[in-house]
Design a binder for this molecule. Structure first.
Ligand SMILES: CC(C)(COP(=O)(O)OP(=O)(O)OC[C@H]1O[C@@H](n2cnc3c(N)ncnc32)[C@H](O)[C@@H]1OP(=O)(O)O)[C@@H](O)C(=O)NCCC(=O)NCCS
Length: 145
């Protein structure tokens, strides 16, 4: 069994989440996790999916409010060993509920083109042109919540 939890910035669980995001998202691109990222992430909401038995993190994401109505979801990452087992779905569903109960009406994100269909299955729709960031092609995706 797995459950989704909120993670406090600066906690041991946050460090574990940083490690996972690094392994899944940055390392494959040859990028490093810089200490300056931590400062930026201080005010973000951090969410993790953990194994109910040993509390090990198997996936996570971050969210940051953009304005009163919109909140941005970022760095959705699931440990390679546990991909395609519903963890990503569980994380995003939790993020949607959390954003909605906090009063936001729109969830926005930048999806890599390779995972657009993952987000479409969760009710996100592409908006605007595709764009390039650091050599990776993204499209903005939105979900009214
Ligand atoms: C993309 C990612 C977050 C999906 O998480 P996951 O736990 O593997 O996905 P789930 O098992 O919850 O899948 C939910 C649905 O999306 C589909 N899906 C999962 N990964 C997919 C992918 N990479 N491309 C297309 N569809 C995908 C699944 O088949 C499933 O469909 P179904 O309900 O019809 O069976 C995860 O694979 C991952 O971390 N990938 C590497 C990092 C990444 O690309 N992050 C996204 C940054 S924008």
């Amino acid at each position: 069994m797995r459950k989704v939890i909120d993670v406090d910035f600066g906690s041991a669980k946050y460090d574990e989440l940083v490690e996972l995001r690094y392994k899944v998202l940055l390392e494959p691109l040859g990028l490093k996790f810089l200490d300056s990222f931590r400062d930026n992430e201080m005010t973000y909401l951090h969410i993790a999916c953990v194994d109910s038995l040993d509390e090990k993190i198997v996936g996570g994401l971050m969210m940051v409010p953009l304005n009163d109505k919109e909140i941005r979801m970022m760095q959705v990452a699931v440990d390679e060993k546990y991909q395609r087992e519903g963890v990503g779905h569980q994380l995003v569903e939790y993020a949607v509920k959390k954003a909605k109960s906090a009063g936001f009406s729109k969830l926005v994100m930048h999806a890599m083109l390779s995972v657009v269909s993952f987000y479409e299955k969760l009710g996100f729709k592409p908006e605007g042109d595709i764009f390039d960031e650091g050599g990776i092609t993204f499209v903005k995706m939105v979900k009214n919540i």
